[in-house]
Design a protein around this ligand. Sequence first.
Ligand code: Z5A
Length: 231
Amino acid sequence: MSEQQQIASQGVFITLEGSEGVGKSTNLAFIEQWLTEQGHQPIVTREPGGTPMAEEVRELLLAPREENVSEKAELLLMFAARAQHLDSKIKPALAQGRCVVSDRFTDATYAYQGYARGVNLDWIGQLETLVQEDLRPDLTILLDVSIEVAMQRVSMRGEMDRFEREKAEFFEKVRQGYLARAAAEPERFAVIDAGQPLESVKADIAAALDAFFSSASTNTSRSAKNARLNG
Ligand code: Z5A
């Protein structure tokens, strides 16, 4: 079996992360296209959401409301949606050898609920273990840009959701949280300068994907994870 065929027979879990307005939606389509051209048949999904029930939880989470939202309620709803998403969509797809690309995953919980809201990072770790067991992304592409540039990019949009109403200081903490996560796990993260022109961002993403799929060491970790997923 060729290396390409071997990769195709194993599940690969890729996540795309970054603060608001970094260009995730814009680049997600490019990632899907790149993977499709390489023969990976990607399943593209998002968090919070990705299944009908998890999308309902997303609506609950994003809706602006007068009532103050408890940080613990927000945290638990994120993981409730994630549990549903994992069990009914992500894990079955990985077990079938599919390549799953998720627009945000648990690094977002660390960045938003942990670093920005101030929720205890150990609690997040405990919920991560409860909900995911040992499942972690194989590759996380972090789009990074200054908060000033990101906010300029999203300023033209219409009505803002509950998170988008936060102030620049909040998003700076989110950004620093993501960068801290990336620094702690450099082998999993590819940090892309999203302040460049879009074509350069896409070229860097393609290079990161190429490096990932060519890497023998990541193949090994995927094999181990796949064995666990298949019991
Ligand atoms: N959240 C959480 O708190 N905890 C969790 O565990 C999870 C999520 C999973 C919903 O996420 C919210 O949930 C999110 C965090 C929270 N809230 N916030 N903020 P989301 O991913 O659905 O929402 P988002 O972050 O607000 O995504 P977004 O606003 O759609 O941003 P984006 O996808 O990164 O940006 P974009 O729409 O692709 O680009 C913005 C604009 O910039 C657009 O006009 C582009 O054409 C332009 N753009 C993009 N790239 C470039 C470059 N390179 N140059 C110039 N212009 C560009």
